[in-house]
Design a protein around this ligand. Structure first.
Ligand SMILES: CC(C)(COP(=O)(O)OP(=O)(O)OC[C@H]1O[C@@H](n2cnc3c(N)ncnc32)[C@H](O)[C@@H]1OP(=O)(O)O)[C@@H](O)C(=O)NCCC(=O)NCCS
Length: 164
């Protein structure tokens, strides 16, 4: 038996196959959710979100679920609720691909802008959003749970899909 460490195979965002988020896919995204978030959504959170009509997509590579996003549309605004990439595939452009997929879907649906909140400590996600053209629009104080005693601010960001 080889003692080599397990290293994730190099992947290309161009090989991603996207499927709409549905109830059947929740079981496949939950392990990623629990792996990458300090305060993950529960199965019920995903089911409730789908039942509420929120849209999402699941990215597959060789039939393995590797990333996903969930968003809510209110009139001409899309609000990102969740985006994640399996930990072993971070830094391979899948987060950027997931956000590009969301932006393309929002544009195709006729939305004018996409909004999101992100933990102020989440430098990786903030850098990704900024690179994709999201602009800082202020803070939501104490928006996220941090530990049993403290909460963390959210940075609010907006991406304009058409000039205002
Ligand atoms: C945020 C997340 C989706 C990014 O996914 P990803 O597949 O790693 O993203 P990408 O590979 O497309 O891009 C990440 C970029 O951030 C850069 N980066 C890495 N660490 C960084 C840091 N500490 N600060 C700033 N940038 C960083 C990487 O170098 C990469 O840039 P590059 O394309 O120039 O190499 C992923 O880390 C994740 O699932 N995090 C947990 C869930 C989460 O926080 N979601 C956002 C909630 S608002």
């Amino acid at each position: 038996m080889s003692a080599l460490p397990q290293v994730a195979q190099a992947v290309s965002p161009a090989d991603l196959v996207w499927r709409p988020l549905d109830v059947a896919s929740v079981e496949r995204i939950l392990p990623i959710e629990q792996q990458v978030y300090s305060h993950p959504w529960t199965r019920g959170n995903f089911i409730d979100s789908i039942a509420a009509g929120h849209k999402g997509a699941v990215g597959l590579l060789n039939d393995d679920v590797v990333c996903y996003w969930v968003a809510m549309t209110v009139l001409d605004e899309v609000h990102l609720l969740n985006v994640a990439v399996a930990r072993e595939h971070w830094g391979q452009g899948l987060g950027q691909a997931a956000m590009a997929h969301l932006l393309a879907q929002a544009r195709a649906a006729g939305a004018d802008q996409v909004w999101l909140e992100v933990r102020v400590s989440n430098a990786r996600a903030i850098a990704l959003y900024a690179r994709l053209g999201f602009e800082p629009m202020g803070l939501r104080r104490a928006y996220y749970p941090l530990d049993p005693h403290r909460r963390e601010d959210a940075r609010l960001m907006r991406h304009l899909l058409r000039p205002t």
